[in-house]
Design a protein around this ligand. Structure first.
Ligand code: NAD
Length: 408
């Protein structure tokens, strides 16, 4: 695993190029964030691989017992297209450390880096048959994995709709356990005492990072009434000033959507938002004639029952709502079927702690956003799924406990 990680760092230029060509993501982010994150995940879990052990149990009867932690078996990893490299290693690294073999199916839009990783794994000396990559479409290649009787577990990242299909397939085949990292509609709550410059920077990052194609994107913005007008003005100015460009251009801070399907889906949500009665404050249109670029889009006067507030759009579209009290903010933040992440911007520790405990989401970021880290368990509440990635929780997901008992 350590050698594999070194090979990734040595080939980061090629790997980042493949992700940029496939997904339209900024080359600078692919090269300096996504690809190195994959290598770091391999190193992190390699460090844990020789520290996996069961325990000796204290028994209530004259028995001697201990537990063994064993690999769960053959894992099927099914992943989406928005972070092809880092998601590949989010899945593969803990499963390798646990001693599992695996079949990885990358998204049909972004298979290239996964194939390159398979090639590098062979160079690193990972034995044939341990890390297998199968490309193809969801309903064929993906479903073949989730229905397969010899796959012992499916670890899935993707949409809630497909997550449901994976669960059905697991239930109707060999009752394999599944781990689901699904979509989100995450709130960012900004209180009156926040620094408006910092808060608007976080909000901008929250809905435009990776052109909004991020599961934890903060697409519901709740802003307290005292700073609302100032905040809205600053956010709109900053959104308009984002440097749009070819993702290979080092100056570009914002690139094109992954493909035509996603592009059209986002534009149709924007049209729907206008028809629903939300106010289009800025953006809302295609940028230029070439490539699937969409202006960062800000809606105000949105209501909780609007589709643009309920659905995960998976694009650069955000809805702003004004609130008065902390209770109101908590209630609105929880008014979603999702529960992946939430952000809070305030200088008041009591407020931050109260909101952190009251919002039903798997990750809470106080005065920061996207603070995803390999050490920190990550995964959803509610319809954002179950089962954690990262940290030692992810390692244990790929292990099963065996009890061994003998009379004394
Ligand atoms: P998707 O659910 O359409 O596809 C994800 C993967 O599932 C792809 O590899 C696809 O080929 C496969 N698939 C599709 N149908 C299948 C089926 N019937 N059986 C088995 N596999 C099938 O998602 P997407 O459009 O690729 O990605 C966007 C979604 O992923 C968003 O909802 C986003 O929030 C979510 N996501 C979640 C996380 C997280 O960690 N929670 C991270 C990234 C993306």
């Amino acid at each position: 695993m350590m050698k594999f990680a070194d090979l990734i760092n040595q080939n980061s230029e090629e790997l980042a190029t493949l992700d940029t060509l496939d997904a339209g993501k900024l080359f600078s982010e692919a090269k300096y964030v996504d690809v190195p994150a994959g290598a770091e995940l391999l190193r992190y879990y390699a460090g844990a691989a020789d520290k996996i052990h069961g325990e000796v149990l204290k028994m209530s009867r004259p028995l001697q017992a201990y537990t063994l932690l064993e690999p769960i078996g053959v894992v099927g990893h099914i992943i989406p297209w928005n972070f092809p490299s880092s998601l590949f290693f989010t899945k593969v690294s803990p499963a390798l450390a646990a001693g599992c073999t695996m079949v990885v199916k990358p998204a049909e839009q972004t298979p290239l880096s996964a194939l390159y990783y398979a090639h590098l794994s062979k160079q690193a000396g990972i034995p044939d048959g341990v890390l297998n990559v199968v490309t193809g479409f969801g309903p064929t290649a993906g479903a073949a994995i989730s229905h397969h009787m010899d796959i012992d577990m499916v670890s899935f990242t993707g949409s809630a709709e497909v997550g449901r299909e994976i669960m059905k397939a697991a239930a109707s085949s060999n009752l394999k356990p599944v781990s689901l990292e699904l979509g989100g509609k995450s709130p960012l709550i900004i209180f009156d005492d926040a620094d408006v410059d910092i808060a608007s920077d976080l909000a901008l990052l929250g809905f435009t990072c990776n052109k909004g194609e991020v599961c934890v994107a903060s697409t519901r913005l709740y802003v307290q009434e005292g700073i609302y007008d100032e905040f809205v003005k600053k956010l709109a100015e900053k959104a308009k000033a984002l440097v749009v460009g070819d993702p290979f251009d080092p100056q570009a801070r914002y690139g094109p959507q992954v493909d035509k399907t996603q592009f059209e889906k986002i534009l149709s949500y924007i049209e729907h938002g206008k028809k629903e009665g939300a106010t289009l404050l800025s953006g809302g249109k295609r940028i230029g004639e070439k490539g699937y670029y969409i202006e960062p889009t800000i809606f105000t006067n949105v209501k909780e029952d609007m589709l643009i507030v309920k659905d995960e759009i998976f694009g650069p579209v955000v809805g702003l709502m004004k609130f008065k009290t902390i209770e109101e903010a908590i209630q609105s933040a929880n008014a979603t079927r999702y529960g992946l992440a939430a952000g809070i911007v305030t200088k008041d520790l009591n407020v931050a702690n109260t909101v952190s405990r009251s919002v039903r989401a798997g990750s809470i970021w106080i005065n920061c956003y996207f603070a995803i880290d390999q050490d920190c368990p990550f995964g959803g509440y509610k319809m954002s799924g179950f089962g954690k990635d990262f940290g030692l929780d992810a390692l244990h997901k790929y292990l099963q406990v065996k009890s061994v008992v003998t009379p004394l």
